[in-house]
Design a protein around this ligand. Sequence first.
Ligand SMILES: [Zn+2]
Ligand SMILES: [Zn+2]
Length: 450
Amino acid sequence: MESLEDLLGKTVDNCPCGRPHRIPTREAHLQPGSLQRLPEMAERLLAPGTLLCVADTNTWAAAGERAAEMLRENGKTVDVHFVDRRTQPAHADRETVDTLAAAIRRTRAAAVVAVGSGTINDVAKSAATLVERPLVTVATAASMNGYPSAISALTVDGVKTTEPCRPPVGIVADPEILATAPGRMTGAGFGDLLSKNASTADWMVSHALDGEYYCSFSAAVAEEAVNRCIENAGAIRENRVEGLGILAEGLLRSGVSMVIAGSSAPASGGEHLISHLWDMTAHWSGRKPALHGEQTGVTTLISLKLYEKILALDAATLRKRLRERPAESPAAFTNRMRDLFRDIAESILPFARQKYLDGPALQERRKRILARWEKVRRAVASVAIPAETSRAHLESAGAVSRAADLGISHAELVFAYRNARWIRNRYTVLDLVDELGVLEEWQEEVLAGV
Ligand SMILES: [Zn+2]
Ligand SMILES: [Zn+2]
């Protein structure tokens, strides 16, 4: 497998999946001290003119001030925009994106330099795309895999949504800076990366069952790097510079795998849907949401437990459950969705309806599941690992491995387990288990200890 350096800027025209791939991010610097390379990188990758440095109060102290200083010393004109002027901390929402886009226009900036992690990365990618300016990102935490991805996650009217955007042309992920981030953020990055064990299984299941597009090159790009992170969990737990370098490489490769696939499928399955729904239920109840990667590390255990049970399911039980599963009328289904999702039901329904089946379509679906069951089983067996192995990895890396440690109540856990499948049209293990008619039956055993 190619090094990260070789992958960046690459065009692949002869992939076995049949689609061409292009990775727009041209450079990434992951060596200790690589912040110093920012000015020469800006010179190479960005048009001449004013640079708008985007930060919040914390990331300004962590790296933003130094980054702006270095750029100025190298003859650049630098303006600064703080995303947390309006709310502290800043939210990745439409208003924050529009405010930044207006600042880019007002300062006539030729390019954007984003200094931060999750929120700043999402906001800067969306705003830079909106006003068509190139973006360079300086990572301040190894907390998630979205740095090089072509999607940004925004909360719009209380609903977590994703929108397409242009990835940054260059990324600096200096492990000396990443090591100064709170340990929880590093644990979150490890948790986000580890969810690959579940999301890849989901991706392969939807390929085996429904012929969904799948690219083995994309799936392979992050695989070795995930294993290297697991082997170096101790250095990651201790927030050591060498551990942070290895984690940053894993996260960037995971982000690149999404760019190759043209969707988040290689790194986001049912475990991510449960996490997104927790963000929404946190919003409803006024609870402070936990970090994305902390959540996906925990929810990966749910998906992996479901896969263990799927592998243990015998053909006779499978037939019986499929036959016994009661049908629901379209009106009853719509009412159920409205009861479940209340204020956001109208935003969820277009996705949920794509997964709803009745009458002959439901019969056909059951036949298809039975006909392709061996293929599905083989796909799962080739990638899924035991949930307890994954829990041990999380614990070795000092990442959270229980929902209660994230402030998530048992009621929220159950609600998201049962209903997360409806919030997106992506097919995941949650859909498969519900289609088999065992989602509720398995609930207690699957959620025990999560
Ligand atoms: Zn491919
Ligand atoms: Zn993620």
